[in-house]
Design a protein around this ligand. Sequence first.
Ligand code: ADP
Ligand code: ZN
Ligand code: ZN
Length: 743
Amino acid sequence: MNYAAVALNIPLNRSFDYAIPPHLTEAIQLGSLVLVPFGPSTQLGLVLETRPHTALQQTKAILELRDPKPMLTPIQLALGRWLSEAYLTPIGQALWTFLPPQLGVKRNAIQARMGRYAHLLLSAQDLEDGRWGKKQRRILEYLHACGGHAAAASVYEACNAALADLQRLEALGALTLDEREVIRDPLADKHYVPSREHRLNEAQAQALDAIRAALDAGGGTTFLLHGITGSGKTEVYLQAIAYVLAQERQALLLVPEIALTPQTVQRVASRFPQRVAVVHSGLSVGQRYDAWRRARDGVVRVVVGTRSALFTPLPQLGLIVIDEEHDHSYKHSPPFNPPYYHARVVAEQMARLAQAVLILGSATPSLEAMRRAEAGHFIRLSLPQRVFTRRPQDAPDSSASLPPVQVIDMRDELKAGNTSMFSRALHDALSETLARREQAIFFLNRRGQATYVFCRDCGKASFCPHCELPLTYHRQGEKLLCHICNYSQDPPNTCPSCQSARIRYFGAGTQQVEEELLRHFPQARLVRWDADTVHKADDHEAVLRRFLHHEADILVGTQMVAKGLDLPLVTLVGIVSADHALNLPDFRASERSFQTLTQVSGRAGRAALGGRVIMQTYQPSHPAIVYAAQHDYLGFYQAESQARRDLGYPPFRRLARLLIQHSHPTAAQREAEALAQALEPLLAQHRARRIGPAPCYHSKLENLYRWHVLVLCADPVALLRDSAPALSKAKHTTADIDPIDLL
Ligand code: ADP
Ligand code: ZN
Ligand code: ZN
């Protein structure tokens, strides 16, 4: 082949032809990273295609091949093209998501550092004989625990040793030392006690059988593993991964956030020692690069990570697992770089291309995933029982194995003269829990800094008459505003539903909960877990460890405490305000609240001690509250589906959001209005509905004024492609296909 079509990381959706110099004809392959001249500069490029001819009169030549091995697998190249089309992203930018970060033209990240390593030459029995000194024995045992190999630096640190100690042991024939590439691996200095497989219960075994059969049949299948909290989903993932590894293939496990799921990482790392890498954006560039390279070279067999781990090169990929599939962190959104993909959607495509199996796991599957299951695209598997039920013989159905939920109507508390943040029931339950020396979680369903206005007597919030979404209060201008359609009104003096004058502005946070807890329970030991108290990834683990070791009695927090934690001493979950996030201007507010309430309720009673949940609300008849209190996922799913269908919202129609951000408020508004006008003639043809333009809920972020236009239709990508001329003029606009973030 004489020519190569090369993609560059620039915002143009096309490739460029270059001549392949004779000395590189053999070496250049699809997916090779090359250096090419481009205008007055040089750029990195990826080879998309090689061909014998070019239509160009004159071509420049490739300057250099940057790595002997291709950077992308053929499947990744195909997936990159798909990403580019599905999310309207220039091909180069789409492909760059597969590369390790910060590959520069000058700095060649594809190089490894060298360092000293120690390798044990003895068996476990040899360690037992009496000839080793105390420190020598410690070093040898440490090496044994590390699987026989460790970086000398980690031996120095773990055993308080020096090079001389290692050299003496080498002279005695106990180990050898050599120089190897240093692997920058965040798991390297953590030691996990190897764990064994559990014997699966019947439902788990059935799920695993179906997954194995699909793996044997060559893949391309997606399973929706719907299992209640504590039903043993993770154990199924682990055994499915073991099966794939035995087939000499690789596995990928995605979790919503590494810092919030240290227990999952720990369980994978201890089940498959030495074969796991973690990949997430909190790693250093070097760590990310090394994980990337070890995965490409097949040294790493299992990758655990957040959504971006999806782009790790795994040439023998056999299984993808997305845990907590409903979690919103799986969507990549502005202000990050495009493409604005959803990991679930990309994984489905990837499984198809790689002939791999995809497992989507959740206690509260997203409406999107359930709908695809109903349409026959996914196979549904269910785990309806907890692994540990309090009294298994008395617990025939699933709700009996989950903790009972008591819903407290806070309006009744007010009527009874209780103006505290805690109902009498919650107060009493906490006293009992503390007296029994058990633990409690206090949770606030809070997102953003929304202040909304609602009636203390009937619980109704003020709603937009056009969008059926709650209005939020803006102190500036004393207005209630709809952030979808820009409707505004004065704050009411009396409730529009019941005429009560007891209007409340609500916006309490975890700090107030903490203060009030200390006022009522001065002896209690508290930890707070939220964005204000936890800044670094390691802080999360520290907070969790303190609580797990019972150095605190009450954990107070927001969404963070709802994720998949396994905390056996927790017997009480107090949901201080269940309805707060219900009133955000987002059509998914109800679904999201249901998911969070179900998740956080599932933290109680995970061991033989049993547990209970107390849910405080001003809207006790809201479907999200009612169904969550009854642990009734299917009931919620049906009610919410009906509502979405009636309103023409996803998953029944697709959505696209055009986000306009500008440093001048009127310029932002003008661009939004111009776009809306340009879309107008296309709406009928695409059977689309346009909403807005309106200022976003977060109307100003990082000094940019924000407006948006939403379009709802069957195929928003086609509509936006047809409006390409207008979009290319809108220089401050980002298109987010199937957005999750509407704020
Ligand atoms: P989920 O992921 O569905 O919330 P987990 O996989 O965390 O559930 O399981 C809950 C607990 O039960 C964990 O401590 C896990 O180790 C344990 N477990 C899971 N499956 C089994 C089993 N078949 N036998 C015994 N223990 C199990
Ligand atoms: Zn009212
Ligand atoms: Zn509105």
